[in-house]
Design a binder for this molecule. Structure first.
Ligand code: MN
Length: 240
């Protein structure tokens, strides 16, 4: 964070929920001149408006937001930059990438029908905006570390410093981090819906672990809530 701002606000796991993102920023009275916004990843998939959310995120970054990569951006990158069929199916069929393609006017059934191999790259040819957004998500960092906090999508390896942790771990880790993290810095993360951390399917509020882990993924795209954590004042805003 290059200059001091009044508040640092973290949001994660938007998953194509553009309206919820806009309402949440309004509810938190987010002001780019005064507030440092940190977005923890998973902008796309499952929700209806992934393309529009990425446009919004690019705009927020231009205004000063710090933007991290989530595991769903990782899935998209793998699907669109490798020829391996498993990456395509993993994204499009199993993890809601079909909804992302649809937001660019692309139907996965049409693309699948074209066959395998090089044709997996075709959506990029058909949708220049998807190509632009792919380059954007490829450029994103995997964590932010300050004197007191680590911000990351999935979590950190309990045995390693973030700087020496593979990006894949930072985006994908769950239980080993939740259960075994013992670091002195508070870790603000998304990725695992907080209902699971609370062990209560109806509780989508921010989760404060005794071991200084703070989960903020309220499962908005699953009918939960989108949380914004003001870490400066320890205040949570949310929309449903
Ligand atoms: Mn997610």
């Amino acid at each position: 964070m290059s200059r001091m701002k009044d508040r640092t606000i973290a949001i994660s796991d938007i998953h194509g929920e553009l309206d919820k993102l806009r309402r949440l920023l309004k509810a938190a009275e987010y002001n780019a001149d005064k507030d440092q916004l940190i977005l923890l990843g998973d902008y796309i998939d499952r929700g209806a408006h992934s393309r529009e959310v990425l446009d919004e995120v690019i705009g927020l970054k231009k205004q000063g937001a710090q933007v991290l990569k989530g595991n769903h951006e990782d899935l998209m990158i793998q699907a669109l930059t490798t020829k391996e069929e498993q990456h395509w199916y993993r994204w499009v069929v199993r993890n809601g990438g079909d909804k992302t393609l649809l937001s660019y006017g692309l139907f996965e059934r049409d693309l699948i029908a074209k066959g395998t191999g090089d044709s997996f790259r075709m959506p990029i040819l058909y949708a220049p905006e998807l190509w632009k957004h792919l380059e954007f998500v490829q450029s994103l960092d995997h964590y932010i570390e300050t004197d007191d906090f680590i911000f990351v999508h999935g979590g950190v390896d309990p045995e390693l410093e973030p700087a020496s942790t593979p990006p894949h771990t930072l985006m994908w880790i769950r239980q080993p981090f939740h259960n075994e993290y013992k670091g002195s810095k508070k870790v603000v993360f998304g990725h695992t819906p907080t209902s699971g951390l609370h062990q209560d399917p109806d509780n989508n509020h921010v989760y404060y672990g005794a071991n200084r882990i703070i989960g903020i993924d309220g499962g908005a795209v699953f009918g939960g809530q989108l949380n914004a954590l003001d870490v400066t004042n320890d205040i949570v805003y949310y929309v449903r």
